[in-house]
Design a protein around this ligand. Structure first.
Ligand code: FAD
Length: 318
C-alpha cells in the first residue's frame, strides 16, 4: 500500500478524509465504528486518530477529601489505528504527540506501530496540560514537533535512542504535521509560525494538515505565504461543520480561530442546535465546494459529534 504522503502528492480528484477521536476511557469503540460506517459510502482515503495526553484528575473519596491522579482520558490510539485498518482496509494515521511522552515512550510507540505495519503518522507537539499556561515537556520529552519529526527520521535511518541499530521491518514511517492558517496561538506572528512549519518540513514531514477554519480566504492566503516561504508539500485543509450553539464562544476560545462575520451573523440568529446544524451543513457545503474547485488533494473533516453533518456535506460535494 502506498503511503498517505505519496497518495496526497499524486494526481487525483479531491479526496475525502476524516479524523476520529478515541472514545472516552471506559466507553465502547462502537461509536467510532458508527461514525465511520456512516461515512464509508464516500470512500475515505485515510482515517486519522487523535492522541490525548494524560490529564490530572481528582477522585472524590466520599469523606470530604479528593485524591489526585493522572490518566489518559482517551486512551487507545494505536489499538484503534490497528482495528480500523483491519476492519475497513483503509490507511490509518495515528497522531503521535510529544505532550506527556518521553523520547523513550515515543520510541516504544514507534516500535508498536512498526510491528502493526502502520507507517503513516501525523506528528504533533500536542496540547499543553490543562491548567498549565505554557507547554512543559515531560522529562526526556520534546519541546516542539520538529524535534519529534527528527526522532522519527532517526528511527527510519536505523538509529535507536540507545545507540543500537534498528533493523527496519518494511516501509519507513512517513508523516504529516499541523499548520495554522490563522496562526498558532503561541506564535509571535504568522511569519515565525510559518518558519517553524518549514522547520518541520525540513525535518522530514511530507504534508501539512491545517487547523480548522471557516473562512476559505484565510486558507488560500496561508497556502500562498507557505509557498513564498519555500514550503512545497501538499497543504490539506481541515474543516469542521458547526453543530451546537456553544461553539459560538468555544471554537474561538479553544482553537484560536475567527468566524467570518457573514457566518457569525447567521450563527447569532440560530435558536437551537438544529438551527446551528443546518447552518453548519450549508456553510460546510460552500466551503468544501470552493476547496474542491481549487483542486486541493483532500478535504479533511473533523468528525467529532458531526458525522451526520459531514455525511450531508459529502453527499452534496463528492
Ligand atoms: P509545534 O509545531 O511544535 O508548534 C507549537 C508552537 O511553537 C507554535 O507556536 C510554533 O510557531 C512554535 N515553535 C515551533 N518550533 C519552535 C522553535 N524551534 N522555537 C520556538 N517556537 C517554536 N493535539 C493533541 O494533543 N492531540 C492530537 O491528536 C492533535 N491533533 C491535531 C491535528 C491537527 C491537524 C492540528 C492542526 C492540531 C492538532 N492538535 C492535537 C493540536 C496541537 O497539538 C496543538 O495546536 C499544539 O499546541 C501545537 O502542536 P504543533 O504540532 O503544531 O506544535
Amino acid at each position: 500500500m502506498s503511503s498517505v504522503a505519496d497518495f496526497l502528492t499524486a494526481e487525483h480528484k479531491t479526496a475525502f478524509s476524516i479524523e476520529v477521536l478515541p472514545p472516552v476511557r471506559g466507553k465502547s469503540i462502537e461509536q467510532v465504528f458508527k461514525t465511520i460506517d456512516r461515512l464509508m459510502p464516500f470512500n475515505p482515503a485515510y482515517i486519522n486518530i487523535t492522541t490525548h495526553r494524560t490529564e490530572v484528575q481528582y477522585r472524590d473519596m466520599g469523606d470530604g477529601t479528593f485524591q489526585r491522579f493522572t490518566e489518559h482520558t482517551r486512551p487507545g490510539t494505536v489499538a484503534i489505528a490497528a482495528v480500523l485498518k483491519e476492519r475497513y482496509h483503509i490507511p490509518t494515521v495515528p497522531h503521535v504527540i510529544c505532550s506527556g511522552y518521553s523520547r523513550t515512550e515515543l520510541e516504544n510507540e514507534l516500535i508498536d506501530l512498526e510491528y502493526l505495519g502502520i507507517t503513516d503518522l501525523l506528528v504533533l507537539r500536542g496540547d499543553r496540560a490543562r491548567g498549565d499556561n505554557r507547554f512543559i515537556p515531560v522529562e526526556g520529552g520534546h519541546s516542539h514537533a520538529a524535534e519529534l519529526c527528527r526522532q522519527v527520521e532517526e528511527f527510519n535511518n536505523g538509529k535507536m535512542l540507545n545507540g543500537k541499530e534498528h533493523e527496519p521491518l518494511g516501509e519507513r514511517f512517513t508523516f504529516g504535521v499541523a499548520g495554522y492558517p490563522e496562526k498558532h496561538e503561541e506564535a509571535m506572528n504568522i511569519e515565525s509560525d510559518i518558519a517553524h512549519l518549514k522547520e518541520k518540513i525540513d525535518s522530514g514531514a511530507k504534508y501539512v494538515v491545517t487547523q480548522m477554519f471557516f473562512d476559505n480566504s484565510r486558507y488560500f492566503a496561508f497556502v500562498e505565504r507557505c509557498r513564498e516561504a519555500g514550503i512545497t508539500v501538499p497543504i490539506i485543509p481541515g474543516i469542521k461543520p458547526l453543530t451546537s450553539l456553544t461553539q459560538q464562544s468555544l471554537l474561538p476560545k479553544t482553537f484560536h480561530i475567527d468566524l467570518p462575520e457573514e457566518l457569525a451573523k447567521e450563527f447569532r440568529r440560530c435558536r437551537t442546535n438544529d438551527d446551528v446544524k443546518a447552518l453548519g451543513v450549508e456553510w460546510g457545503i460552500a466551503q468544501a465546494r470552493e476547496l474542491k474547485a481549487a483542486n486541493v488533494a483532500s478535504i479533511h473533516f473533523y468528525s467529532m459529534n458531526a458525522a451526520a453533518s459531514i455525511e450531508a456535506i459529502a453527499k452534496a460535494v463528492y
